[in-house]
Write a protein that binds this ligand. Sequence first.
Ligand SMILES: Nc1ncnc2c1ncn2[C@@H]1O[C@H](COP(=O)(O)OP(=O)(O)O)[C@@H](O)[C@H]1O
Ligand SMILES: [Mg+2]
Length: 275
Amino acid sequence: MGLKVAVAGKGGAGKTTLCALLAGILSRAGQKVLLVDLDSDPNLATALGFPPGAAPPIVHRKELIAERTGSTGEPGGMFLLNPNVSDIAEKFALERTERVFLLPVGTIEAAGEGCFCPQSAFVKALIRRLILGENESLVLDLEAGLESFGRAMVEGLDVLWIVVEPGMRSLDTARRILAMAASLGVRSIQVVANKVRPENRQALERALRDACIPLALVFPHHEELAQRDLEGTGVFDFTDPTFEEEALRSFRSLPCSTRREYRTEPGSPRRRSSS
Ligand SMILES: Nc1ncnc2c1ncn2[C@@H]1O[C@H](COP(=O)(O)OP(=O)(O)O)[C@@H](O)[C@H]1O
Ligand SMILES: [Mg+2]
């Protein structure tokens, strides 16, 4: 059941928390899990219980990006659009457990839609070339929206989780992501309500219905998670058996995977000007 899951949603909705918990869920189901932190505020390492500074984002390694893309750093300069990234996961992934690894990629700074900067080419190539074996899963902790990544992030995706928390702003973001995901051709989308308290569940469900947003999973508010965040301790070992069961059931019901489509071999290098 190797899966490629991406987790999106408004900042603060709980993407990183759910990514860390998802890694635990999938690893207990027998998967080897590679978590990829692509957030502009990368804190998946903290959620996994790594000490501060243990996971410097790869996009900040200027020399590595320059070496792989052939970029001189000159604005408008030439660089490889498909740099060799085949060894990056192996070299830079941090081991959390025997079966859970973190690749701290970080976000593409100053990236916008259609940005042809070397960092962007590097990250897109990296995400495209992460190949899953039989019992391997990939969990992508995305930025709030999908804007800066687009198609590279959703290629071969088995499911996109859109995290919403009780609150209209979170639903607005979800609606925007849903529209973008549909335009990018994402086949399976699951909306996951997070931080749900018994007293606000009905109102949230009503708001989702009114916005025509189907709800797939509900993860309750757990005071312990908020507390652990305050204390800076990880949430990786936190378990919620009901949610775990429902998440696994929902994965099993997904349509056949598109994974084979992104098992592409590195092609011959192409060069393109950034101007
Ligand atoms: N189910 C939950 N119950 C209680 N607190 C939560 C829950 N999920 C997330 N949080 C808290 O909400 C805050 C934002 O979560 P985080 O995962 O960092 O969001 P994001 O990655 O979407 O920005 C953190 O303080 C986190 O501890
Ligand atoms: Mg986050």
